[in-house]
Design a protein around this ligand. Sequence first.
Ligand SMILES: NC(=O)c1ccc[n+]([C@@H]2O[C@H](COP(=O)([O-])OP(=O)(O)OC[C@H]3O[C@@H](n4cnc5c(N)ncnc54)[C@H](O)[C@@H]3O)[C@@H](O)[C@H]2O)c1
Length: 251
Amino acid sequence: MLLKDKVAVVTGAAKGIGKCIVTEMTKQGAKPVILDFDDRAGLDLEEELKRDGADPLFVKTNVADYASLCGAKEAVIKKYGRVDVLVINAGVSRKMSIGEITVDEWNWVLGINLTGSFYTIKAFHGEFLKKNRDDPGKIIFISSGSAITGTGGGCHYAASKAGQHGLMRTVAKELGPHSVNVNAIAPRVIMTDIFDHLYPTEESRNKLLEKIPIGRFGLPEDVAKLACFLAGPDSGYVHGQIILADGGRTY
Ligand SMILES: NC(=O)c1ccc[n+]([C@@H]2O[C@H](COP(=O)([O-])OP(=O)(O)OC[C@H]3O[C@@H](n4cnc5c(N)ncnc54)[C@H](O)[C@@H]3O)[C@@H](O)[C@H]2O)c1
């Protein structure tokens, strides 16, 4: 098991890619922490993981609220006394043109995707300063290929995801000397609720499929398995990288 007894905190973990990451990390022996503001889905997942014999923790958390994240960190430390893996995954997207994006809409997307990423790092940062070669840490941002291509969501989404890349690179510089690997996975077209919203029709999906050399849409498991590798012991020299999970579509 790659992650035996590692405490793995995942934001936006109640559904979609985050849920799959938590589930795969649990299969790899991790103690899973589900942070999400959807308490019904979060509690359901906590129950599901308990039934499978794991020791999970769900904390209702809004990543756009720093105090909420500080409370979540306290709850994690109270239960497990440590954090080993942090996956910054919570995110929202809406496909809109610049003209359609209001100031409130811009602030909402940036507030969750980018400021929420900073709040998450800030709340958990002290735990990662304690890491060392014998007890390394791992931080993984789930960004998006939109940061590179400008496609997929609106300009607010692409800007928020590009901002995550800058944040990731600085965190990598600061926490690398503490034996914390920091990387980003940039998925494109993974089949979750966001995908259903962005590509609602058969026609839009078929058009998209033609652009993916590997010939299928991505699955949450494609991202989750990569996240497990980055969280595990074999990724020690992968640091400050943006790894596209896109079936070859971008390059
Ligand atoms: N699905 C894709 O095609 C795709 C592609 C590229 C990047 N991504 C990125 O992957 C991540 C996960 O996307 P997904 O497709 O699983 O989305 P999803 O909508 O299926 O799940 C997102 C989760 O985040 C939670 N969340 C939203 N706002 C929150 C907040 N303020 N505080 C706490 N939790 C909150 C939701 O409750 C939900 O459980 C996002 O960052 C997204 O931008 C997804």
